[in-house]
Structure formats: structure tokens, C-alpha cells
Write a protein that binds this ligand. Structure first.
Ligand code: 13P
Length: 246
């Protein structure tokens, strides 16, 4: 069975003071020991957050570049992330895709390199409102998965986050049924295109306006293996979301 996995994506928020307060709350928990937890931190705070949290809480970067080092001003490599003590990286977030125009192919290359460097990867996918309304949800998530799958040989260190763009930061959560439908489709896609084993073991998180109030119902769905949380991950409420299966 798949271990429940909840991540917080702090995005471009926080300062040393607010981060120290949040880390105190997370450290106190108590967090369900059966749930795997990570927090996605602005890069300059990776070392700081790693020093403030217990080892049971994983630290993630929110992006990285696709090569190990060199003349890439402003970028960070998987090797640098590892050197900070963080073990995870979130890749392909819809904000990277939309605002920074990252392509399916670039994201796949980043996933490949981050895995090769020994990081655990959260690979984000999801359709826009226009795509959903045009009944293209399955086509879009399949295209995004396909690009990633071409670069992944071993899925052990991959978590997929399904984040419908229309649900991100809007307060419009997908209903448990809407999320379950896409998660089940992704598992079917994995069965047909990768293997039964990967389909059965790969964790698929849901993201998009997850709160303490709606997490429990979403967590009951058989193919929802956790959450990627934005806004609510900056609040004490994140503890409740981590504990949604309790
Ligand atoms: P919100 O939880 O703020 O909707 O953000 C979701 C998200 O983008 C997590 O990566």
C-alpha cells in the first residue's frame, strides 16, 4: 500500500521570523507518524529550515535546473539542493509552467537530472480551467505524464502531484469525486503505459485549495495518496492536513 504523503509549498512567502514560528508549530505537531511530510521552501532558506525541523520532516526546493553546475546565473542545481541538506525538489509546478513558460520537455529533463542526483521529486501536473471546460483534462494530464515518463526509468523516488490550475489559490477545491476521477485515470494511464507495479505504488497527491476543513473527505478517496498544500501550509492548519487520515 502507498504511504500517505503531504507536502507544503510555501511558494515565495515568509521571512526568517515567520519561518521560525512555522517550524516551531510543525515540530510540535503532533504529526501522524504514518504520513510522509515535506515542506517546499524558498531556496535561500533551505539550510535554515533544515536546521529548525526534525529529520522526520523533509525539506524540498521548489525548482532546480537540469545540469549539475556551471554558468547558469540565478539557477540552483540538484547538487546544491542536496548540499543544503534538503532531499526533495518540487518540479513542474503550474506557476513554473505558466509564469516562467517551462515546457513539458524542460520539466522532464529537470526530473531526470534531479533523480540522477539522488533527490526525491514531486512532479506536478494539471489542467487549466479552459482545458477542463473543453473536456481536455485527460488529454492534458496524459501529455504531461508522457513527457515525464520518457525520462524516468525508476519511479521509486517520484511522487506525482495532480493540481488542477483552476483550484490553485482560488478557494475552489476540486470535489473529492472530481479529484478521484483524475487520479484513477492517471493510475489507468500508468497501468497501460508504464506497468501495473508502478500504477499500484506511485503516490499521487492532490493540490488546489486544500484546507483543514476539506482534507479529510479528499483523503478518503482510494487514489488520493496525500496533498500538496499552498496557502494553508503557511498556517497551523497544515498540521490538521498532515493528519487527515487519522
Ligand atoms: P493552494 O493550496 O494555495 O491552492 O496552492 C496549491 C498549490 O499550488 C500547491 O503547490
Amino acid at each position: 500500500s502507498r504511504q500517505f504523503c503531504v507536502g507544503g509549498n510555501w511558494k515565495m512567502n515568509g521571512d526568517q521570523k515567520s519561518i521560525a514560528e512555522l517550524c516551531k508549530i510543525l515540530s510540535a505537531g503532533p504529526l501522524d507518524p504514518n504520513t510522509q511530510v515535506y515542506v517546499g521552501v524558498p531556496a535561500p532558506y533551505l539550510i535554515y529550515v533544515r536546521s529548525l525541523l526534525p529529520e522526520t520532516i523533509n525539506v524540498a526546493a521548489q525548482n532546480c535546473y537540469k545540469v549539475e553546475k556551471g554558468a547558469f546565473t540565478g539557477e540552483i542545481s540538484p547538487a546544491i539542493i542536496k548540499d543544503t541538506g534538503a532531499g526533495w525538489v518540487i518540479l513542474g509546478h503550474s506557476e513554473r509552467r505558466q509564469i516562467f513558460k517551462e515546457s513539458d520537455e524542460l520539466i522532464a529533463e529537470k526530473v531526470e537530472h534531479a533523480l540522477a542526483a539522488g533527490l526525491k521529486v514531486v512532479a506536478c501536473i494539471g489542467e487549466t480551467l479552459d482545458e477542463r471546460e473543453a473536456n481536455k483534462t485527460q488529454e492534458v494530464v496524459a501529455r504531461q505524464m508522457c513527457a515525464i515518463a520518457q525520462k524516468v526509468k525508476d519511479w521509486t523516488n517520484v511522487v506525482v502531484a495532480y493540481e488542477p490550475v483552476w483550484a490553485i489559490g482560488t478557494g475552489k477545491t476540486a470535489t473529492p469525486e472530481q479529484a478521484q476521477e483524475v487520479h484513477a485515470y492517471l493510475r489507468q494511464w500508468l497501468t497501460e503505459n508504464i506497468s501495473k507495479e508502478v500504477a499500484a505504488t506511485l503516490r499521487i497527491q492532490y493540490g488546489g485549495s486544500v484546507t483543514g476543513a476539506n482534507a479529510k473527505d479528499l483523503a478518503k478517496k482510494p487514489d488520493i495518496d496525500g496533498f500538496l498544500v499552498g496557502g494553508a501550509s503557511l498556517k497551523p492548519e497544515f498540521v490538521q492536513i498532515v493528519n487527515a487520515r487519522q
